[in-house]
Design a protein around this ligand. Structure first.
Ligand code: SF4
Ligand code: SF4
Length: 460
């Protein structure tokens, strides 16, 4: 198996002996944006010399700026069912927690999508608990078809990433055929004994079946997969090593590793007690881990959810995070309830509870370009085709124009005059940064068509 607990523990122990000169060498390599091997990552993880730490943050900021510029891709989760047969101790949807569970009807899916489209979202992460009876693969496929078929005013969901339980090659084939974007699955923890102790019952308890889910997804032809761990379950250094070894395994076997990595930290939720988790990650360590991931896999998107408060989100945007959720609800039917001012519950506590436009405006004021781009998957730029473009730096030639065109569209449809004014200024400032003159001119033309002629959905 590609995750060997003893091997990781020995690596982390040996890494303490790495000399300062060697650390400098690793940091120089990181600065050239070619990524790091897992042994090099281990050396950075255990090192707590403030001089090196300072450089880790500087390089992470430099990589972030060079590869992702000031663009932040926006998305929102859509929870369709909270029925679950698993007993994960950190999640309020665990089967031991008694509450009224629900699953959206297709009409309710449409209502939720209307609310998401009213917020301007174009990219969602479809989420569901694991329950073969209540929430079989056919139900998920029906949700996907329903969502892609919908259009509300100028809104439409153009990319559905899917976060459902580990499943079979056959089911992954069905998801691929349904046109999903990324298949997302968090390992939660790579530490097998901890994994088995926090997954008390249900199919998810099977560590190996869960761990090999991306292998089956890739065998089925899904080439964009999104990984994650839940920081706070086991030693966080071990978790980063697990992520890196998992990524290397997929690169070796399928020629492409993770498309994204999510970095949630455990947070309080109904039906669990945060005091039960002895490995909670403090803010300083969390920032260091995110920066090291940025150095290790420069071309893999890093996703942060609304679990983190605005201050932490701001810090992490500078050193690595490239995708953010906004206006999120983690409850089944939560967007519709919110629109009706009904009381909402959720899978976990959200720290940034502001509506989407407030978060997006603030990003803009802070000099970021919120992007609603979904172009790659629609242009077939997935898996190794995406990574080739990313690694040669070509991806920038499409990300920036797409970000500007989708932001212009967002402002036209959802912003007020003040927001549109801010957007125009930001776009004017960024257009000259589009290096390719043909694409630059096309972007200017399309922006004109969006704002003056009401045309929509341009991408390169
Ligand atoms: Fe179910 Fe997922 Fe929650 Fe576990 S984490 S209880 S599988 S919804
Ligand atoms: Fe993402 Fe591709 Fe759009 Fe860039 S062009 S933001 S990589 S979808």
């Amino acid at each position: 198996m590609f995750i060997d607990r003893k091997y990781i523990e020995e690596l982390l122990a040996e890494a303490k002996n790495v000399t300062d000169d060697k650390i400098e060498e690793i940091l120089n390599k990181a600065e050239s944006m070619e990524g790091l091997s897992h042994t090099e990552i281990a050396a950075l993880l255990v090192n707590d010399n403030p001089k090196h730490l300072k450089r880790i943050f500087q390089i992470a900021g430099k990589i972030k700026k060079h590869i992702y510029g000031n663009r932040i891709v926006m998305f929102a989760p859509l929870y369709v069912s909270d029925h679950c047969v698993n007993k994960c101790t950190y999640c309020s949807y665990n089967c031991g927690h008694k509450f009224d569970r629900s699953k959206l009807t297709m009409e309710e899916v449409r209502q939720e999508v209307i609310e998401l489209e009213k917020m301007g979202h174009k990219r969602i992460a479809l989420e569901a608990g694991e329950h073969a009876g209540e929430c079989p693969i056919d139900y998920i496929l029906e949700c996907i078809d329903t969502i892609y078929d919908m259009k509300f005013e100028n809104g439409e969901i153009r990319r559905i990433n899917v976060n459902i339980a580990a499943t079979t090659v056959e089911n992954y084939c069905k998801l691929r055929e349904a046109g999903i974007g990324t298949y997302i699955l968090f390992q939660e923890t790579y530490h097998q004994p901890v994994y088995e102790s926090v997954h008390k019952a249900g199919p998810k308890k099977d560590y190996e079946y869960h761990l090999t889910a991306f292998d089956r997804a890739m065998e089925a032809g899904i080439d964009d997969v999104g990984a994650g761990v839940l920081f706070g379950l086991a030693n966080p250094l071990f978790e980063v090593m697990g992520l890196m070894l998992h990524n290397e395994h997929l690169e070796e076997r399928f020629g492409v590793g993770f498309h994204t990595i999510s970095v949630p930290r455990i947070c309080p939720a109904d039906g669990m007690d945060i005091e039960d988790f002895p490995n909670l990650v403090d803010d300083d360590t969390f920032e260091k881990l995110v920066a090291i991931i940025r150095l290790a896999v420069p071309f893999t998107g890093i996703i942060l959810s609304t679990r983190e408060d605005y201050d932490m989100r701001k810090k992490l945007l500078n050193i690595g995070v490239s995708q953010l959720s906004a206006g999120s609800s983690t409850e089944v039917g939560g967007y519709t309830k919110r629109a009706k001012n009904e009381k909402v519950t959720s899978q976990f506590k959200v720290s940034d509870e502001r509506d989407a436009i407030s978060i997006i405006s603030e990003l803009l004021e802070d000099g970021y370009i919120p992007s609603f781009c979904t172009a790659c998957y629609r242009n077939g730029r997935t898996g190794d085709r995406f990574m080739r473009l990313a690694k040669t730096g070509q991806i920038k030639n499409v990300c920036l124009p797409n970000a500007l065109m989708t932001l212009c569209e967002y402002a036209a449809d959802y912003g007020d005059d003040e927001f549109r004014k801010k957007t125009r200024a930001a776009i004017e400032l960024c257009v000259p940064d589009i290096v390719n003159s043909k694409i630059r001119n096309l972007t200017i033309e399309n922006i004109e068509k969006i704002s003056a002629q009401g045309e929509r959905d341009f991408y390169v």
